[in-house]
Write a protein that binds this ligand. Sequence first.
Ligand code: CTP
Ligand code: A1H0Z
Length: 447
Amino acid sequence: MIIENHKNLNMETKRENVVRPIDPANFLTEETGSEEKSPGCFSIDFTVAVVLPAGGSGERTGLSTPKQFCTFLNRPLISYTIQAFERIAWIENIVVVIAKDSIDLMVNIIQQFGHKKVKVVLGGSTRHRSIFNGLQAFGESEEESALKKPKVVIIHDAVRPFVEEDFLLKIAIAAKQQGASGAIRPLVSTVIATTSEGYLDHSLERAKYRASEMPQGFLYDVIHQAYVQCSETDFEFGTECLHLVLQYCGTNARLIEGPHTLWKVTYKKDLLAAESIIKETLAQTACVVAGQCEESSRLAGALQKTLGSQDMHVDIVPTSLRRSSAFISKTWNFVHVTVNTAGLADVEELVKTFEETAHSVLYSVVLILVHLDVSEQTSASERMAALGGIRSLAAEAKRKNILLYGILLNPVKDAGQWEEAVENLSQIISALIKERSPALAGQLLWV
Ligand SMILES: Nc1ccn([C@@H]2O[C@H](COP(=O)(O)OP(=O)(O)OP(=O)(O)O)[C@@H](O)[C@H]2O)c(=O)n1
Ligand SMILES: O=P(O)(O)OC[C@@H](O)[C@@H](O)[C@@H](O)CO
C-alpha cells in the first residue's frame, strides 16, 4: 500500500537539525548522525562518497508526494536507497540532494530511521543542477567544507533502491581506473526516430544500443570539472552525466552491464513493484521459537518442513535463547510456539527485545503466536480466553512496527488430520508473513 502523506512519520521537526536554506553558491551541509561503519564484504584503498539526487517532484507518478518520499511498509522509498549505501563500509559519506520544501521531512526521515552517514544539500531546478549542488558539498579540505572530497564519487538516483555492494564495487574501481563508469542494461523496446508529423523516420538496431542506468562512478575531479564547464543547455535539458565527462573532459566511461534490479521508480506502478520486491525479500526467512516439550518440538519441526516447502528458510530456536541477538538479526519473521500455557508473557518479552535492539526500525517485524493446548480439560472457549490479552499486546506492539498475530491450533490425534492441520497452519503463517498487514494485527485465527 503506497502512502502519500506522512501521518505515520514522526513529523515533530527538530529545527536544530534542519539544513538552513542558503544561497546555492555557498553550500552548507549539516551533520545529522554519528559516523558508524557498517560491516562490509569488500574493502578498497581509495575514498568513495555518494551523491543521491532526490530533488525532483515525481510528476510521472501522478501523485502529489514526490515519489522518493512515498512510503511503503511504513518507510519512504528514499530510506531504502540510503540504507543500500549506508550498510557498505567503504562508502564514507552520502550526500542527499533535496528540494527546499522537503528539508523538514528529510531530516525527520534521517532521525526516524537512524541514517548515519547522510548529509543534506539543497537541490536545483533540474537533475543536473541538483547533482552539481551535491558535488559542491565536498571541499578540498575539511576547513573549506564539512566533507573532504573523495577520490571517487558515485552518483545514483535516490529512486533506485535496489543496488548491491558487489556491483557498486565494480563501478567504483572502474571509475578509479578509467575516470568514469556507468551501469547499462539491454533495451527492452526498440528505439525509433520520428518525423515532425509523428511518423516513423527510422528505427535503431536495438542490439547496438543499451539503456544507461545508475549507479555511475567518477573521479571526483573529472565530474566536478565537467559540471564547471558545462552549458546552461546541458544543465536545463541534459540527462546523462557520462556525456558531460566525455564532452568536457574527454573521459570515456567504462560501461558495465548491471542486474535488472537497477531500475528506476518512475511511475506509480513502480512504487507498487518496489513494495512487492521488499515484501518478497523479507518473507524468505523465518525463525520458530519452541519450548523443550515433545509437542512443541514436533510442531516446530513440522512447520520448518512445510514452510521450507514454500521456499522459506526456517531456523528453530529454543525458547531459552529467544532474546539472543544471534538469532534475532537473521530474520524479521518469528513464530512463537506455545503448548498448554498461553505464553503471552514470552511474547511480551520478545516484543521488548525487538524494541531494545531497534530490530523493527527499518522493517516491520512479524510475530505469530501459535498456541496448541493438548490438555483434555480446557474447552475451546477457555483456550480462546487464554489468548484474550493478545489484542492489547498487539496494539502496543504495532506502535513499535511489530505486527503480532495469534493462531489457535486444535489438538488432533489422527496422524492424517494432524498433517492437514499443520499444512493449513503453515499456509496461514506464510500468508501473514508475506502480506505483513497491520490490519490483521491482534487478530486470533483458528486452525
Ligand atoms: N530537479 C531535480 C529533478 C530530479 N532529481 C532527481 O533525479 C532522479 C531521477 O530523476 P526522475 O526519475 O526524472 O525524477 P523526477 O524528476 O522527480 O520525475 P518526473 O520527471 O516524473 O517529475 C530522482 O531521484 C529525482 O528526485 C533531482 O535531484 N533534482
Ligand atoms: O531522465 P530522468 O530524469 O527521468 O531519469 C534520469 C535518467 O535519465 C538517468 O538516471 C539515467 O538515464 C542515467 O543517466
